[in-house]
Structure formats: structure tokens, C-alpha cells
Write a new protein. Structure first.
Length: 174
């Protein structure tokens, strides 16, 4: 496949787990600055989210935390996630199966998401040119940007391969 210059600027963004400590401190500092109480359970939810190699659901985070925090309820996980959303520290992503997944921006830098319409897989990618869209939107509409999220929906390579093996003409419908 031949990529044009814009496509060469985009890149897959695998989770940067070597930066978890910095991100964790960023979350705690941001919450403290906003007067939010930092509880052990809130710290645990943040750590579980940051250490996840995927875009977890609340149920997945709850399951990760049960071993260490056996009395933590699913409602506590949701409440903490909602607090993090309210303070713009994390975002929600809707999967094709209707489940809500959670993500954060390393160094508070936005990235975008490709979501498989077949299996629900979510892949991060960065595309620097899209930051210009925010500036143009502000100039053209007069809106002050408060957030920006972009999702691309399609069929991931694994599902394409599986579909091609089972139904060679299935991909033509998408």
C-alpha cells in the first residue's frame, strides 16, 4: 500500500505503559486542584484504567480490582469513572455491542479511535493534522472548543480476514 504524506503522519498509538506513573500523578494533581477528594478506591480505579492494555469497560475494571478490593462495588467503579469524565480526565467510547469503554489521553494529548463494527476492537491512532480542525471549527462557527473526539468505524484486519475466509463477498456490503 502506498501512503500519501498525510497518511504517513498518522500512526498507531500503542499504550505507553512506561508513563503510567506520570499519568497517575497528573490525574491526582488535576483532581486535587479541582477540590476532589482522593480516596483509596478512586486511586485504585485510576491505576486500573491506566494499567489496562485495552479500553476497558466498567465491568472489566471492576473485575481487575476485585482481587485487591473485594468489597468494592461496581457502582463505586461507575461513580469514580463518572467523576473522571466530569473533570475531563477520561472519555467514553461506545462499542458496536452497546458497551461503554473508557480511555484517557497520555500527557493530556488527544488521539483518535478506530472501532471495529464486527468485533468491537478499539485501536488508538494519532493524526496531527486533525488538530487544525479544532482551530478551523472555532474560527468558522465562533464556538469555543471544550472537547473534540473522533472515531472511525470499520472492519479490523482480523475480522476482514475471517469474513473473507467465510464469505468472500461479505466485505463488499460494507
Amino acid at each position: 500500500m502506498i501512503l500519501n504524506n498525510s497518511e504517513k503522519q498518522a500512526h498507531y498509538n500503542a499504550p505507553q505503559h512506561e508513563h503510567i506513573h506520570d499519568d497517575y500523578e497528573f490525574f491526582l494533581d488535576a483532581l486535587r486542584d479541582k477540590g476532589v477528594r482522593i480516596t483509596e478506591q478512586r486511586k485504585a480505579v485510576i491505576q486500573a484504567l491506566l494499567s489496562s492494555k485495552t479500553h476497558p469497560t466498567a465491568i472489566q475494571l471492576h473485575e481487575m480490582l476485585l482481587e485487591t478490593y473485594p468489597t468494592m462495588s461496581l457502582a463505586t467503579v461507575y461513580n469514580n469513572l463518572n467523576t473522571l469524565i466530569d473533570y475531563d480526565l477520561i472519555i467514553e467510547l461506545q462499542s458496536n455491542d452497546g458497551s461503554t469503554h473508557y480511555d484517557y489521553y497520555h500527557n493530556n494529548e488527544p488521539h483518535y479511535h478506530a472501532i471495529c463494527s464486527s468485533c468491537g476492537k478499539i485501536v488508538d491512532f494519532k493524526y496531527p493534522v486533525l488538530s487544525d480542525v479544532e482551530l478551523v471549527a472555532q474560527r468558522v462557527t465562533g464556538f469555543q472548543k471544550t472537547s473534540h473526539q473522533m472515531e472511525i468505524h470499520g472492519i479490523c484486519p482480523e475480522c476482514q480476514e475471517h469474513m473473507a475466509d467465510l464469505h468472500p463477498h461479505q466485505l463488499m456490503k460494507h
